[in-house]
Structures are given as C-alpha cells and as structure tokens.
Design a protein around this ligand. Sequence first.
Ligand SMILES: Cc1ncc(COP(=O)(O)O)c(C=O)c1O
Length: 327
Amino acid sequence: MGMRSRKVILKLRQAISDYLLQKGILASPYSILIVSGALQALQLISIRLLQKGSTVFLEKPSYLYSLSTFQAAGMHLSGIGMDEEGILPKELKEKNNKSERSILYTIPNFHNPTGILMTEERRKEILQLVEKEQLPILEDDVYGDLWLDNLPPSPLKAADKNGNILYIGSLSKSLSPGLRIGWIVGSQAVIERLADLKMQTDYGSSSLSQKVAYEWLSSGLYEQHLEQIREQLLIRREVTLKTLNEYIGDLGQWRIPQGGFFIWLRVFSDLSMREIYSRSLEKGILLNPGNIYSQTNTAFQISFANAAIEDIETGIQKLGFILRGEG
Ligand SMILES: Cc1ncc(COP(=O)(O)O)c(C=O)c1O
C-alpha cells in the first residue's frame, strides 16, 4: 500500500470517528475497521470472532443475509420475538444459557424486515440484561441515519462501558450500496484481529471508494444529502401509507415506520402465502414474503425506497384486489 492511500484511510477512519461522536460513540480511529459494506462486517466477525457451535440470538424475523452468514460459520440461530418497542428482553433471558457461548445480534434502528425502532426504555433494559448475563452484542446500525420523524435514541454502543459491543455501520443504505463502504467499531485488540482477516480476504477496501467516502463525510455533503433523502422518504412513506389504507384497509395490519424504508405488512386473506405470491407475480409484482425470514407466514415486506411512486401505488392497489380474491 502506498503512503498516499495509507493517509487517506487514516483520514477516513478519523472522519468516521467524528461522525460516530455525534451519535454518542467515542471511538478512536484505531478502534475502527473499514470494511466493504456491513455484510462483510458480519462475515469477518463470524469467521474470526464467533465460535463454531455457539448461539446467535437475533430478532425474529431478521435480516436475511445475516442468517446465512451466521449459519455458514456454523452458528446456531435462536430467534427472539419482538413487540412495538423492539426485541423482548424476557424471552432473551429465558433462552440464554449462561454456560454456553452466545452473542446477541440486533438491529435497533428501523429493523430489517419489520421497520421497528427500539425505544430508549427497551435499550436500557437490554443493556442491563446483557451486562448481567455477560452476553456480547453485535449492533447493526445500517439504517440509523434514515430517521424520518425524530432522531432515534443513542445506539447501544454509546453506553458500552466494558467493550462488550461490536458496532456496525455502512454508507450503503444512506448514500450508495455500490460504494461498498462500511465500518466495524470495537476494542483496538478486536479490531486488529479483524483487520488481519480483512487483509487476508481482500487486501483492504477500494482506496477510491474510501476517498469518496471521506469527501462525503468530511465536507458536510453527507449531512446535506441525508436531508434530501429524508424529504424523499417522507413523501414515499406518506403515499405508501395512504395507498395501504385505501386498498388494503382491514385486510392487513401495519405500523408507521419512524425511519428506514420498510413496512411490514401482515395480511388477512383466505389465500395462502404461496398463492398471493404467485398471483402477484403474474401481475408483475415481486413480493418479499415473510416466510423467507422466519416461520412468519402471513407477512410481506414492502420497501418504499426504490420503486417509482406510481409503481408503489399500482402495486399496492393490485395486491388489494388479489387479497380480496378479485385479482
Ligand atoms: C440490517 C442489514 N445489515 C446489513 C446489510 C448489508 O449492508 P451492506 O450493503 O453495507 O453490506 C443490510 C442490507 O440489506 C441490512 O439490511
């Protein structure tokens, strides 16, 4: 690696350190590892830090590719239920066996796939519980910057006194998935172990991408960009909710997501999930069915970030007809 790119990389880590400070996370550049997106963060952590045969507790349902990553590394997955406020501490406590090695993987901000935001109160309960149970946490915060109504509560990592929490962030959801820039924050010793594996895996993330990320973060453009993104997401959320009310109405149940871009739609229909899926596909709508995430077989994930507004409207309208048996 040339001297110039080494400098850029340290500068990016410094910029991320400054950015994390705004979230209440105190992390020196040496406790930050740049990775090629949050998915690589999960892969590196699974390979280097998690023990084969140990248990990963995680929200049920959870982010699909995290499941396959943990499984590929030989972990047992143990799903924990959620309510409006996030993952359920009581169930976590019941399932955790202190004598076995385990870790909690959680997405407190605008959870994928349900969109749920963990409340401040729930964060405190979880922090108390993991401290008591000595359960390490892997906190995935890729949606944290996409709040729409209010700033979310501080990340769990901000209250990490004993270096028990590994924190993952990424520019994929808020800026560009193709840039492939994310980060892991942990103790310096852990970051060094992960950096070693990162080096063996791909020699480091593209220095061009790192330079671009540095410019966005350090110039203030990233913050400006987030304001524009929020405006767009607010418009789209509004249209999506309005159309759901109009065409799905009492055939479904959903929450108003306070950030991110997912609506978790539970449907009530005489049709099976498979039938709804294939009839929708015939009409040109590709649904993301809940049963790929867990045994939840009555829900679909709707993303309002990507599709054109007209497509969101016609898609939901058609789904409404299908659920009524008219499509
Ligand atoms: C919760 C969660 N974590 C991680 C990722 C992966 O992000 P990246 O594109 O940065 O690898 C995603 C993308 O869908 C996600 O939803």
